[in-house]
Design a protein around this ligand. Structure first.
Ligand SMILES: [Zn+2]
Length: 258
């Protein structure tokens, strides 16, 4: 953490970071943003944050009429990767069963066809994504299986250990700047930093120093407090590119239990 970090950062994370530094380590952080469909002011602001803080960004995008323009906009940014954020990002779960676009009754063939069509839509738009991010972080078993024989090489959901399954690597996000119950809004710096402190303590105590922690944002849902906190966070901590994190941490791999 940089010395100029705000007081709350030093108060909540200072001791934990000192313990890491004494052991010769620093947390490995990467950054994923979800729900991009089009260009716009919020996206420009996000890309500006990424550029100014030299923070590589994985942008999980949804295929649609505005995807080609989105890809062209992101192409101008050297360290922004486009990922596939589901097929259509439409919830198909029955009432009371949470959110997700693949239900248990969906056949593998149907899921394969959806994935193929989605990958093609990204290729037509000029992007060559290799990461799949399931909407609502709901990773159905059929999706994992379908990805095994596609152009996708990795998946990212929420709060699991990194791992490899049938040829599919997994790197999750863990630190959400928003809370979602009753509508997306800023999680609050205390809640966010307390969770980060807990994740760091878990990694330190089990000596999983290289196990990454993923920052998760949703640029279309950020209010002023969220943007302000994100700015402080990116100024305080170095962020690594998703591909670098995945190739550098093979020691921390565990079996994929999707
Ligand atoms: Zn989403």
């Amino acid at each position: 953490m940089r010395r100029s970090a705000p007081f709350a950062f030093r108060l909540l994370l200072g001791r934990e970071l000192r313990l890491w530094a004494e052991a010769g380590h620093a947390p490995v952080l990467w950054w994923r943003d979800d729900d991009a469909r089009a260009t716009g002011e919020a996206l420009d602001k996000l890309l500006d944050f990424s550029r100014r803080h030299s923070a590589p960004l994985t942008l999980a995008a949804i295929a649609g009429p505005h995807l080609p323009a989105l890809v062209r906009r992101v192409e101008r940014e050297a360290s922004v990767e486009i990922a596939i954020h589901g097929f259509k990002h439409i919830n198909r779960q029955p009432e009371g069963r949470g959110f997700g676009e693949v239900v248990p009754e969906d056949s593998l063939e149907w899921v394969r066809a959806q994935l193929r069509a989605t990958v093609m839509a990204f290729h037509r738009a000029g992007a060559q994504p290799t990461l799949f991010v399931p909407p609502w972080n709901n990773l159905a078993p059929q999706v994992v299986e379908a990805i095994g024989d596609s152009a996708i090489t990795a998946v990212s959901a929420f709060d699991q250990e990194q791992g490899y399954g049938e040829g599919v690597a997994r790197l999750d996000a863990h630190l959400d700047v928003l809370r979602w119950k009753g509508g997306g809004r800023f999680r609050g710096r205390w809640r966010f930093l307390s969770r980060m402190r807990r994740l760091m303590a878990e990694r330190r105590l089990s000596r999983r120093w290289d196990e990454p922690m993923g920052l998760l944002t949703h640029h279309l849902d950020h209010d002023a407090a969220t943007w302000a906190f994100l700015e402080q966070f990116l100024a305080a901590f170095p962020i690594q590119a998703r591909q670098d994190v995945m190739s550098a941490a093979p020691r921390a791999l565990t079996a994929l239990s999707a």
